[in-house]
Write a protein that binds this ligand. Structure first.
Ligand SMILES: [Zn+2]
Length: 296
């Protein structure tokens, strides 16, 4: 689906709402409280009414669209733009392109992002690469020791020809890496590729993966040796960094996990033709994100 399709298919609030009803209630509208079938009221806003528990609601009640005064047409356009931008899109760009205040655009992007979360994350197996990168804060200090002082640690794990996982971690020590290995890499993984940083070896020992570990000696300037490399996870890192540098400019540590989820969500669906519909499906099933919670 391209921008012209979106503009044609979802040109009115009614058309948008109809799609949301189909995505939220694939087997027909049901009461949000008692799950009984409901009737549609003869109202402008397509409200549903449950006779069994006397409850009235709309298709967007209790979702990320909750209480929004922004037209659905703008929600749809922005969702499409965020789906199509491989490196993400800034609130400033949305403000200009779709037409709304900066504050509205900022909140809107966060709510869409809030829904761009994979609910099922199967353990990765086969050939898996793991690496660490540092994003954010520019250090003005001198010397190696404080090089990463005000940067955030991002751990990337990627199955070759498969899924990617990004995590905002506290540090890149062996114990931390081991935790993410246990939670994301299957015990019968074929190979785990990393660089020769000593924390990786510690993590492999802690998780009994020493036998499946292959490392590339980045410290001696070697980046590929046969099939031993971490290039595919590094290409995902470079996309992330270009997103952060070029699109979002400054990301606070607080919002970093949400940006990582967005990147991961889009990356893992990069070959899917239904990315836009799938994102909307997540949006009508995700919990609301209040402005208060976002800015707390
Ligand atoms: Zn009910």
């Amino acid at each position: 689906m391209n921008l012209v399709d979106i503009n044609t298919l979802f040109s009115t609030e009614d058309k948008c709402r109809e799609l949301l009803v189909r995505l939220r209630f694939p087997e027909g509208p049901r009461c949000l409280r008692c799950k009984m079938p409901v009737v549609e009221l003869e109202t402008e806003k397509q409200l549903f009414y449950c006779k069994d528990c006397d409850y009235q609601f709309s298709v967007t009640s209790g979702t990320v669209f909750n209480d929004s005064h922004l037209p659905l047409v703008k929600w749809f356009l922005t969702t499409h733009l965020l789906c199509e931008a491989k490196k993400g899109m800034s609130a400033l760009q949305i403000k200009r392109t779709v037409g709304m205040s900066y504050k509205t655009a900022w909140y809107l992007c966060h709510r869409i992002r809030h829904a761009m979360v994979q609910t099922d994350k199967p353990m990765l197996d086969g050939k898996v690469e793991m690496d660490v990168t540092y994003v954010g804060g520019w250090n003005r200090g001198k010397g190696q020791i404080c090089k990463f002082d005000n940067k955030e640690v991002v751990i990337g794990i990627r199955k070759r020809n498969g899924d990617l996982r990004f995590f905002h971690a506290q540090d890149a020590k062996g114990g931390t890496l081991a935790k993410y290995i246990r939670e994301n890499i299957s015990e019968d993984v074929e190979v785990i590729f990393t660089d020769d940083h000593s924390a990786n070896e510690a993590a492999m020992r802690k998780t009994n993966r020493t036998d499946s570990h292959k490392k590339i000696n980045h410290s001696s300037g070697v980046y590929v040796m046969g099939d031993v490399h971490t290039n595919t996870v590094e290409s995902a890192f470079s996309l992330l960094k270009r997103g952060i540098m070029g699109t979002w400019h400054r990301i606070s540590a607080k919002h970093l996990p949400a940006y990582l989820e967005e990147m991961e969500f889009r990356f893992n669906r990069r070959n899917r033709k239904d990315l836009f519909l799938d994102t909307l499906r997540h949006m009508v099933t995700a919990d609301p994100l209040t402005f208060q919670r976002l800015t707390a």
